[in-house]
Design a binder for this molecule. Structure first.
Ligand SMILES: [Fe+2]
Length: 343
């Protein structure tokens, strides 16, 4: 069977999917095709044993899935995440990279501005991030692997995933509350900027300072996100205040309400901190990332008063620990920026 490049463009009506993210799906929820120009050819049938399919797939191979089947596949991918996170046949770094790829595959269409956030999509986001969070509560090694393999080229979904993972890990590190409370930090972190779908691209991607009117539009993403989630679910979930408060700042300089520290929930303060940190340390089309050290320095000095000193201190301790531990993780050598925190 010829190898398929991951970058083969999909024909109309099909979406590509990399074989490596299907590893822990069982059984196959839909037909898989391969590109054998001039048309896709059936490779494996719905209900089949995916282990056999994967075993004969070549490294780097990708399949095609009919667009009408993609929701089925995304549901199966989300259900497979707990097995991926615990898969002893892969190294922690491989598991982490696979989990990130799966969450990205699930989130990209949900986070696109073309699709309104509906009930099923919202529940799928919960399922995806919960599968990761539950495992992170139990497996210290996977925490370090996930921090070490975070994607730092910012896109809406990567920033969402990073904020959720940093948030859950920091909440666990600080013993912020029960597993449910930590799950809520992850869900709130994942969805904190979902309202940016409602901000026009010319404002969102403007590579220069926003004027007063544009700022007002940008700030509307907080209420828009809160309302989208409540509308999709039919009631306000226990994490929705995180979405509504993630731009409030301890000194009252934030928005939308300009609350001060005592009026901002601790978990929302925590998400506000990891959100700012990930934004500063990620590459954007119009600016280079700053190092983790510089980001934390900015947050403690130039932004003094905006963030809880105590939570920032705990975050520094957490990232400092990463420096020592990732040195021993195979494949984790590309995260010098984060490791410099302790340097
Ligand atoms: Fe935001």
């Amino acid at each position: 069977m010829p190898a398929q490049s991951l970058f083969t463009p999909a024909p109309p009506g099909y979406e590509p999917v990399a074989a490596r993210i299907l590893t822990d799906i069982e059984p196959l929820p839909c037909d898989l095709y391969i590109w054998r120009g001039p048309r896709p050819v059936l490779y494996a049938m719905q209900g089949g044993d995916l282990r056999k399919v994967i075993a004969r797939a070549q490294r780097g191979m990708s399949f095609l899935v009919r667009e009408v089947d993609f929701d089925l596949l995304r549901g199966a991918l989300a259900a497979s995440l707990p097995r991926v996170m615990a898969n002893g046949r892969m190294t922690p770094i491989e598991r982490s990279k696979t989990a990130y790829s799966i969450v990205a595959k699930i989130l990209v269409p949900i986070f696109s501005r073309e699709n309104p956030l509906d009930h099923d999509s919202l529940l799928l986001t919960h399922k995806a991030i919960d599968g990761i969070t539950a495992h992170l509560l139990l497996d210290e090694e996977m925490i370090w692997a996930m921090l070490a393999t975070m994607q730092k080229h910012i896109a809406t979904h990567t920033h969402a995933i990073n904020t959720a993972v940093y948030g859950a890990v920091l909440a666990k590190f600080m013993q912020l509350g029960s597993p449910d409370a930590i799950r809520d930090v992850a869900r709130g972190g994942l969805l904190h900027d979902i309202g940016k779908n409602r901000v026009p691209k010319v404002v969102l991607d403007k590579p220069a300072a926003l004027d007063a009117a544009e700022w007002q539009i940008m700030r509307s993403h907080v209420k828009a996100g809160h309302d989208m989630i409540v509308r999709a679910l039919g009631f306000p979930p226990s994490y929705v205040h995180i979405v509504g408060e993630h731009h409030e700042r301890c000194d009252g300089s934030g928005y939308p309400a300009g609350r001060t520290a005592s009026g901002i929930a601790i978990d929302a303060q925590l998400v506000g901190i990891v959100d700012a940190f990930d934004a500063l340390t990620s590459r954007r089309p119009y600016r280079s990332p700053v190092t983790a050290f510089d980001a934390l320095h900015l947050m403690r000095v130039a932004m003094r008063g905006q963030f809880s000193d105590e939570i920032v201190r705990e975050f520094i301790k957490l990232l400092g620990g990463l420096n020592a531990i990732t040195a021993g993780l195979e494949g984790a050598g590309d995260l010098v920026g984060v490791m410099r925190v302790a340097g």
